[in-house]
Design a protein around this ligand. Structure first.
Ligand code: NAD
Ligand code: UFG
Length: 357
């Protein structure tokens, strides 16, 4: 398939490009680089040994999107482009609605204009809010509790309505739980700007000596060790699910909404312990107040993903931490001027690389 990947230089999008290319899809990335860098394109090419077409643009620029989609004769779209920080969505709600909901609308118009019929959409477990029952099934009530979550829920509803109305258009809505880890090459991963909001990147920076200690938000939750429980999912497993979803849409032409998680919850202290194993030394932590808005436990019922997509997570928490640590070491080395990009066994030989269009 000729696949447009919006947000394809971002964290989840870049890993998904690797999987798309490995499974024979043609890839064109469309990203405004608001939270990523164009270097990622050459890293994707280095890991995959394939050429990728990159266009810098904003998904809200419908004409630009249409032009790229028509030129490339796009059949399918993977829509990752969005703003994703819950805290920031409280302070800049309009930016979130504009970018996330406006971006989705613009994309759907461009898909209509160019007759692209398959969409895979990045949603989030945040649409469930505080869960009533665990594990969380896809038919659990949705109750978005912050502006970011509402942008995801609104986008889901718009896509679902359009999927019902438009013959020849089908969508897979993927609700991610907690994506973590990095590509095993050490070339792709998450590099948050400023202080990381999420647990794994924060723990990695403490392990690398960039921050003093991990603040564990709350030690009095009704969980086995009192700390928050989440369903951490390796980004490489997550990436694979997107290509499985494309295959599903190509052969079934039906709309679907599925959870993507491992189905297993891990506490904050378990994550720190697994990271200590990966980095080989102790990680300083202090229990502090609960973070407002956090739920106690959240993990997925994964049966539907298995039944519908034939997808199941394969990589465990140890692997997630080992790969996150490899990536963090490279990021920290780069900061101190010791970058050695070409020493990875996962990089294709330069002779296999073509010229980027
Ligand atoms: P990311 O910020 O790393 O990637 C998003 C990419 O989209 C970035 O490269 C950014 O430059 C680009 N982008 C943003 N707005 C754009 C616009 N208007 N036009 C073009 N490009 C734009 O984020 P990620 O972690 O890779 O997340 C990908 C998707 O998955 C997002 O939709 C996010 O909401 C969703 N999601 C992420 C998580 C997570 O924890 N990472 C969890 C659940 C859902
Ligand atoms: N935590 C800490 N210290 C930190 C950061 C987090 O103790 O410095 C704890 C949190 O309290 C929580 C767990 O680690 O118990 C995970 O927190 P994250 O911030 O990594 O992830 P969340 O589950 O809060 O949120 C993530 C994404 C959201 C998404 C949500 C549901 O960041 O965008 O999953 O999918 F909405």
């Amino acid at each position: 398939m000729r696949t447009l990947v919006t947000g394809g230089t971002g964290y989840v999008g870049s890993h998904t490009c690797i999987d798309l290319l490995a499974r024979g899809h043609e890839v064109v990335i469309f990203d405004n680089l608001s939270n990523s860098s164009s270097d990622v394109v050459s890293r994707i090419e280095a890991v995959s040994g394939r050429v990728v077409s990159f266009h810098q643009g904003d998904v809200r620029d419908q004409k630009h999107l249409e032009h790229v989609m028509a030129e490339f004769r796009v059949d399918a779209v993977l829509h990752f482009a969005a703003l994703k920080a819950v805290g920031e969505s409280w302070t800049c709600p309009l930016a979130y609605y504009d970018n996330n909901v406006g971006g989705t609308l613009s994309l759907l118009h461009a898909m209509t204009a160019t007759s692209a019929g398959a969409l895979v959409f990045s949603s989030s477990a945040t649409v469930y809010g505080e869960p009533e029952t665990l594990p969380i099934r896809e038919d659990a009530p949705t109750r978005a509790t912050n502006p970011y979550a509402r942008t995801k829920l609104m986008s889901e509803e718009i896509i679902t309505d359009y999927g019902h109305a438009e013959r020849g258009f089908n969508a897979a809505i993927l609700r991610y739980f907690n994506p973590v880890g990095a590509h095993p090459s050490g070339l792709l991963g998450e590099n948050p700007r400023g202080v990381p909001n999420n647990l794994l990147p924060f723990v990695a920076q403490v392990a690398a000596g960039e921050r003093e200690f991990v603040r564990v938000f709350g030690g009095d939750y009704p969980t086995p060790d009192g700390t928050g429980v989440r369903d951490y999912l390796h980004v490489v497993d997550l990436a694979r699910a997107h290509v499985d979803a494309l295959d599903y849409l190509a052969s079934n032409r039906r709309n679907t909404t599925v959870n993507l998680g491992t189905g297993r919850g891990h506490s904050v202290l378990e994550v720190i312990a697994a990271f200590e194993k990966a980095c080989g030394h102790e990680i300083e932590r202090r229990i502090v107040e609960r973070r407002p808005g956090d739920v106690s436990s959240c993990f997925a019922d994964t049966k539907l993903a298995e039944d519908v997509l034939g997808w199941r997570a394969q990589l465990d928490l140890d692997q997630m931490c080992a790969d996150a640590w490899r990536w963090q070491c490279r990021v920290s080395n780069n900061k101190s001027g010791n970058s050695q990009l070409a020493d990875s066994p996962f990089i294709a030989s330069p002779s296999t690389l073509g010229t980027r269009s």
